[in-house]
Design a binder for this molecule. Structure first.
Ligand SMILES: [Zn+2]
Length: 184
């Protein structure tokens, strides 16, 4: 296994990277099923420490008509609903997502009690490929470390970039506030 490009806020653990790569490649593979319903292009899943799936979701900003329906927020929401709690920390849950969390999801993850985050394509590449605005996140991985939240990134990111490029090539929506428009 090659660790070139992997970023982490702890010494890199080969077993964690291998497990995360398998899960994130699976999330990438399931994206077409979500885009067919008007969702995507990001997919996230919550697993417990034993590797059991708790919740999985794609972005549903466009088809759900809600600006905060990002994949991470949706997956966390589903997990909390399923477990009947606003605090996931007693369950020791891990979030896997096909791209680096944006500024909103960074906050959402922090507030949820998620124990570890594994992401694919880094924000800089997401912005270059798609034009999504990932927001301002100074030293977020260090800030998570200070709160005991593990972060690993750039996992299966080359394959993830191809998935995002395909989304763009299909002419799908890059949802964001247009700011210049007015209905008043
Ligand atoms: Zn987000």
């Amino acid at each position: 296994m090659v660790f070139a490009g992997i970023v982490a806020n702890e010494p890199v653990d080969a077993a964690k990277v291998a497990k995360a790569e398998k899960i994130i490649l699976g999330l990438q593979a399931r994206l077409p099923a979500y885009t067919a319903k008007g969702a995507g292009p990001f997919v996230a899943a919550v697993y417990d420490r034993q590797g059991n799936l708790v919740a999985e979701a794609a972005n549903s900003v466009v088809n759900g008509r809600c600006s905060h329906n990002h994949a991470e927020m949706n997956a966390i929401h589903l997990a909390e609903e399923k477990l009947g709690t606003y605090d996931l920390s007693p369950y020791h849950l891990h979030l896997y997502v096909t791209a680096e969390p944006c500024v909103m999801c960074m906050g959402g993850i922090m507030w949820s009690g998620i124990e570890a985050v594994y992401y694919g394509v880094p924000s800089k590449r997401v912005e270059e490929i798609t034009g999504f605005d990932e927001g301002y996140k100074p030293d977020w991985q260090q800030a998570f470390r200070e709160r005991g939240i593990t972060v690993y990134g750039n996992i299966a990111s080359e394959a993830g970039e191809k998935v995002l490029q395909r989304y763009m090539d299909e002419g799908r929506t890059v949802y964001k506030p247009e700011r210049s428009q007015s209905i008043l």
